[in-house]
Design a binder for this molecule. Sequence first.
Ligand code: PAF
Length: 178
Amino acid sequence: MLRARPGWSGTLGFVPTMGALHEGHLALIRRAVDENERALCSIFVNPTQFNDESDLAQYPRTPGPDIGRLVEADCDLLYMPSAGEVYPGGTGYDLDWDPGALDEVMEGRQRPGHFKGVAQILKRLLEIVQPQRLYMGQKDYQQVRVVEALIAHYQLPVQLIMHPIVREPDGLAMSSRN
Ligand code: PAF
């Protein structure tokens, strides 16, 4: 169900990212632009989903080109918070729910705690942004399933939309890490 806000009659479509935007992100953003009155992209390299400090330090950060791509894609709003703004009480895990088995299989086995961090940041971002629709890529299928379970657990009033994988010409799924 869509929540009415004073002076607001439309829907807000939300695309959470960690930046280094590529065609895969832009496909989500264009879809959010097409399907909603306003589209918002967040760029936040979430420390709680990295279990390796050097991986976090090396993660690409390209705000200038990212903003140019968002403008080209007609994205209405960009939310690029600091860690202090997102986690005013610190980065400790503060949810009374965790992804359980979903955090322990496949990618979760290689990256312990990764999906707990994803759940933690999505809960925060959804509280802050309050979108009606949330767009995520099928490339990160396990992540989508974690977020789906999070939304169901907290009965968050948002529709999760999974967008098909966008691939390079050679078939590789597009990724900021490529
Ligand atoms: O897929 C990503 O880029 C991140 O895991 C996400 C969903 C933005 C949460 O930090």
